[in-house]
Design a protein around this ligand. Structure first.
Ligand SMILES: Nc1ncnc2c1ncn2[C@@H]1O[C@H](COP(=O)(O)OP(=O)(O)OP(=O)(O)O)[C@@H](O)[C@H]1O
Ligand SMILES: [Mg+2]
Length: 365
């Protein structure tokens, strides 16, 4: 049979107790010197048990050993020999003392060891985190450097191409290529812009903003894409939303990124829900953007906010990392997860109404 290590130790300790008991009961009482040794042999299972199973193990084994010795003394010694057994009764008390003290010490040692293990685990975790943020900082620096270097020649290409394109008449077959170049230049500008925004996010310019108004303006911008994907919009905006101390442009970027992701996830149509609500007696606002799209692949949730993680052919994977950075700069929280009730994704953004926890973003008012 296959026993685990603890069970094997228990069997070993039980067997030792049994053997010592048999030795006591089977050795004639006139061989007192042997019994003296057997009395001490009980310490072996008691100490092992206390060491392995702590206070409870030590105390239990000491009690069992004590009961065995007591029975042996009462039924075999007291009836046969006329000698003082006080020393041997005291031995029973010693079993308990040794079992309990060793058990308590062992418990203390175990709890110390667990604490040390936990501390070590935390140390490893924070080391991993530090390594990760170092890696991100390095990526950010490279990205910013490359983006910066690309931006200037890209500006030159764009300017020069606009001049060249002016000479191409609208009915020329080359107009199609002009459109392609313009589209691709625009795409490169977006990518470069995203890189820079991610690597060197501008400090928020705070003012008191109307979140529902920002959501409406972002939804207006997305209307065309929504109708192409046959998406129904459902809005549920809280009345009397307090004005939020925030950077309106950065919040637009947050909601635009989230809404565009939702639209991308619903290529075959669906419903986009935008819900705003007031929390904590008006101290906080919460915005939920819910889609009925493909949802997040299980196990991938934690990668979504990693820079450059994308499942889209033309994505840069910087949308959500930028969202997270901006929301955190506003002292808020951002969570993206699969919907519980049905297919799709829900994104929750919570922002304090005041300028809470905004590092370096202090304006007055
Ligand atoms: N609403 C959503 N439903 C399903 N998957 C999503 C949703 N939002 C984000 N994702 C997943 O998270 C990935 C990362 O999103 P993120 O916005 O950071 O980058 P992206 O949309 O791929 O590219 P871009 O930089 O153009 O925004 C997406 O590629 C997609 O796989
Ligand atoms: Mg995106």
């Amino acid at each position: 049979m296959n026993y685990d290590i603890r069970t094997r130790w228990k069997i070993g300790i039980g067997t030792t107790l049994l053997l010592v008991s048999l030795m006591h009961f089977l050795t004639p009482v006139h061989l007192g010197i042997y019994h003296n040794v057997y009395d001490r042999l009980f310490y072996i299972p008691i100490i092992f048990s206390a060491f392995l199973f702590g206070f409870r193990g030590g105390a239990a084994t000491a009690v069992i050993s004590g009961i065995i010795l007591l029975l042996h003394l009462l039924f075999q010694w007291r009836v046969h020999v006329e000698i003082d057994l006080t020393g041997r009764y005291l031995e029973i008390a010693m079993y308990l003392v040794v079992g309990v003290i060793t058990g308590v010490l062992s418990d203390m040692e175990k709890s110390q060891r667990r604490k040390a293990e936990r501390a070590y685990e935390q140390l490893v975790n924070s080391f991993e985190k530090a390594k990760e943020s170092e890696r991100l900082a390095a990526i950010g620096m490279v990205a910013a450097g490359v983006a910066h270097e690309i931006r200037n020649p890209l500006g030159g290409i764009k300017g020069a191409f606009e001049l060249v394109a002016e000479d191409i008449p609208p009915d020329s077959p080359k107009t199609r290529f002009v459109e392609i170049v313009e589209k691709e230049i625009k795409r490169m500008e977006v990518i470069v812009g995203d890189f820079l925004k991610f690597a060197r996010p501008p400090e928020p310019q705070f003012s008191y903003v109307d979140i529902n108004g920002i959501l409406d303006s972002v939804l207006d911008l997305s209307r065309k894409k929504m109708s192409v994907n046959r998406i129904t919009l459902r809005k549920e905006m809280a009345d009397n939303m307090p004005r939020v101390y925030a950077d309106p442009n950065q919040l637009k970027q947050v909601f635009l990124n989230i809404i565009l992701n939702g639209i991308d996830a619903m290529q075959d149509g669906g419903t986009l829900e935008v819900v705003s609500e007031i929390l904590e007696n008006g101290k906080c606002v919460k915005i939920r953007i819910i889609d009925s799209g493909v949802g997040i692949e299980p196990g991938k949730e934690k990668f979504l906010v990693e820079p450059f993680y994308t499942t889209k052919e033309t994505g840069t994977g910087l949308g959500l990392p930028i969202v997270k950075k901006i929301v955190e700069k506003h002292g808020g929280t951002f969570v993206i997860s699969n919907r519980q009730d049905r297919r799709g994704t829900v994104v929750r953004v919570q922002i304090p109404v005041g300028a809470a926890a905004v590092e370096g973003g202090g304006a007055d008012g």
